[in-house]
Design a binder for this molecule. Structure first.
Ligand SMILES: [Zn+2]
Length: 63
């Protein structure tokens, strides 16, 4: 488990915070702070709303 940057998204299961670990724009790990067991569907839901940290810098005004 190696991540350069960690961002936070809402966890769809518990409405808490889920930590996303990134290396560049590649998502390397997802971990819910509430210790939810993240199924593939939950991971997909989190990934869909996630913004890679590099993309945030490149497109600050997007949406
Ligand atoms: Zn959760």
């Amino acid at each position: 488990m190696q991540s350069d940057v960690v961002t936070w998204e809402a966890c769809p299961a518990c409405d808490g915070a889920a930590a996303l670990g990134w290396v560049g724009q590649t998502l390397t790990e997802i971990d819910c702070a509430g210790q939810c067991r993240l199924t593939d569907a939950l991971r997909e839901a989190i990934i869909r709303t996630a913004t890679p940290p590099a993309a945030t810098r490149l497109r600050p005004l997007d949406e």
